[in-house]
Design a protein around this ligand. Structure first.
Ligand SMILES: N[C@@H](CCC(=O)N[C@@H](CS)C(=O)NCC(=O)O)C(=O)O
Length: 208
């Protein structure tokens, strides 16, 4: 059976949701990064940078990177139609979530690893929140009046959902300035696969 290594609430929630949405058999293994479990020899052998997610497949592949794992899972269930004939808009949106959104959270969550004074950490946080504003506007514009980023549900939506949970639950910021994103989050949290993965990670929906 496929094995996915996760830390509850982290970006690994995205492939976890995908496994449920695609109804693929899997085992979940929790890696507690706060207790240093990402840096054990066993985990470093899976992913030398010590991060989650990592997916181990039945035929011996080890796959890292949220985007790659999501695409691998989508390929495992082609009938779900998660990979459109024209992959460019899918890659554009996934890449945006990975590089413009996901990685902007490191300075917000771990500013004290970059600067040593509380003032500098606060200034960094403020700058990154401001930097995110046009990026939330960009995904909101992509959604427009659609239910999902590409019209129909797929991996880019799952990845965006997880990053937005960090904004709401982790940073305790509001999405009220972006009604499309509020509706999107509610729509996502009405999905069975999303709720199943949240429950497994002992998390509550953020829009409840
Ligand atoms: N580019 C990686 C980023 C993975 C990542 O940042 N994972 C975080 C959790 S959200 C992590 O494991 N951090 C632990 C660390 O970097 O030491 C991906 O897309 O999978």
């Amino acid at each position: 059976m496929m094995k996915l290594y996760v830390m509850p609430g982290a970006c690994s929630l995205a492939p976890h949701i995908a496994l449920h949405e695609l109804e693929l058999d899997h085992d979940i293994v929790t890696i507690n990064l706060r207790k240093g479990e990402g840096q054990t020899p066993e985990h470093l052998a899976r992913n030398p940078v010590g991060a989650v997610p990592v997916l181990e497949t039945e035929d011996g592949r080890t796959i890292t990177e949220v985007m790659a794992i999501l695409l691998y899972l989508a390929q495992r269930k082609p009938e779900a139609g998660w990979i459109p004939a024209d992959v460019i808009p899918l890659y554009e949106r996934m890449s945006f979530v990975a590089t413009e959104l996901h990685k902007s959270f490191f300075p917000l969550f771990f500013g004290e690893r970059i600067h040593s004074t509380p003032e500098a950490v606060a200034e960094l946080g403020k700058a990154y929140k401001e930097r995110l504003a046009p990026r939330w506007a960009r995904v909101s514009e992509w959604l427009g009046g659609q239910d999902y980023l590409l019209g129909t549900f797929g991996p880019a939506d799952i990845y965006l959902y997880v990053i937005l949970t960090w904004w709401v639950r982790g940073i305790k910021e509001s999405l009220d300035a972006y009604p499309n994103l509020v509706f999107f989050m509610k729509r996502m949290e009405a999905r069975r696969g999303v709720l199943a993965a949240l429950e497994h990670e002992n998390l509550k929906p953020v829009m409840a």
